[in-house]
Design a protein around this ligand. Structure first.
Ligand SMILES: Cc1ncc(COP(=O)(O)O)c(C=O)c1O
Length: 409
């Protein structure tokens, strides 16, 4: 008996880790293969009388025959459906990268004359796209510290269409209260998008809290193995349909079937992976906090985090990313880069192997943020001259602590 044939059990009553393994999977009718097959075909034949062309005309892709992989393809579609189950979304659109999800969303929802509010702390390329590229299209952009809902409320204008946040944010792990912000924006008819890459649905489900869109870089925890690029946007069918046209068809940022298949395989073990690495991250953050060389640890699961009570309300676990300040950042950077046994010195997050990188405030200012003096003071409140950012992987926590002990000697 398979998941979908089990008439006594409603699929939605299964725990999420069970859904991650079984939801939307159908037994292969030809070979009874258990793993999903990969469909590479770009084109699918159809009968001219079927009305498939107009059915596929971007309004409702879900039940239409596959015409051309620019819209989607059976393997990509299966990934989209399985992502939608985990994020409690009506619809999902897979994109070639996380950046394609963010840029596709912005270019679909916003037009010249509209106003976007973007969180003052989010992934560098998203921030740069919003603050440096969108104004060239006639879109007004405000940068706001979204830790406090009131700051956003004060920045709203008559032409505000979208507020985009990242929680926890990169690199200082600040949080935004999704529920409170969503409620405030709904009363003004403004949409809310949440980059939930650091959280994944294991930690937080923004749509349940009232957000309109969730985006992910699937490149990170959801694939989880550092071997493929991908992204997605999730939300209601009505909101996602025009975005499929823009992000997928017009901008051409469609995910490939091979990448979709790899991401799907990684996603099946998302729950046990996230639980393991979140537990390790909490243990490591606590250990770091007691280390004499460490000036400050930023991790939402620590009671010392400024928004710990929000973290307890909004997050089921506290994530796999830790940032910490040390007094001698040059020396520590050199040791991480040259002497680490287990942390790879690399700019990414969410792999099975742990990664570390130093992010200096002045470098971030020059390359990405272009801080005003007030913004710089606000950033330095948590970052000082810079932080070491750790992305915790699936190694045993005690082995990672042993490595850190040596590097911080
Ligand atoms: C939070 C966040 N959002 C979006 C992206 C962009 O994702 P991609 O590298 O898949 O384009 C990243 C990449 O690091 C990220 O960390």
């Amino acid at each position: 008996m398979h998941y979908h044939d089990a008439d006594q059990t409603e699929p939605e009553t299964y725990a999420p880790q069970t859904q991650a393994l079984h939801a939307m999977l159908q037994a292969d009718p030809v070979h009874q293969a258990i793993a999903p097959s990969i469909v590479m075909s770009v084109n699918h034949s159809f009968s001219p009388e079927s009305g498939a062309f107009s059915a596929c005309g971007l309004d409702d892709i879900a039940d239409a025959p596959y015409l051309y992989a620019g819209w989607t393809n059976p393997t990509v579609r299966l990934l989209e459906q399985r992502l939608a189950v985990l994020e409690h979304a009506e619809e999902a659109l897979a994109t070639a990268t996380g950046m394609a999800a963010a840029s596709g969303l912005f270019l679909s929802v916003l037009k010249a004359g509209d106003h976007l509010i973007v969180s003052d702390m989010c992934y560098a390329a998203v921030y740069e796209f919003a603050t440096q590229v969108l104004p060239g299209f006639g879109i007004e952009v405000s940068v706001v510290n979204t830790e406090c809902t009131n700051n956003v409320q004060q920045a709203l204008k008559k032409n505000t269409k979208l507020v985009h946040i990242e929680t926890p944010s990169n690199p200082l792990l600040r949080l935004t209260d999704i529920g409170a912000l969503a409620q405030c924006l709904k009363s003004h008819g403004v949409r809310l998008s949440v980059d939930s890459t650091f959280s994944t649905p294991v930690v937080t489900r923004p749509l349940d809290l009232g957000a309109d869109f969730v985006i992910h870089s699937l490149t990170k925890f959801i694939n989880g193995h550092g071997d493929v690029l991908g992204g997605c946007i999730l939300g209601s069918k009505a909101l996602l349909s025009p975005i499929r046209a823009m992000a997928g068809v017009y901008l051409g940022a469609t995910l490939s079937a091979q990448s979709a298949w790899l991401i799907m395989r990684g996603m099946e073990t998302l729950y046990p992976r996230m639980k393991t690495l979140c537990d390790s991250a909490l243990q490591i953050a606590q250990w770091l906090e007691s280390h004499p060389r460490v000036a400050r640890v930023l991790y939402p699961g620590l009671a010392s985090h400024q928004q710990f009570s929000l973290a307890q309300r909004q997050m089921d676990h506290f994530g796999g990313i830790i940032a910490f300040q040390v007094d001698d950042i040059d020396l520590i950077e050199q040791r991480f880069a040259q002497e680490s046994a287990l942390f790879y010195y690399a700019y990414s997050i969410g792999h099975q192997r742990s990664l570390a990188v130093v992010m200096r405030t002045d470098d971030l200012d020059a390359s990405t943020y272009r801080f005003t003096p007030q913004q710089k003071a606000d950033f330095c409140r948590d970052a000082g001259q810079g932080v070491v950012r750790l992305s915790i992987g699936l190694e045993a926590a005690e082995d990672l602590i042993r490595d850190l002990q040596r590097l911080l000697r």
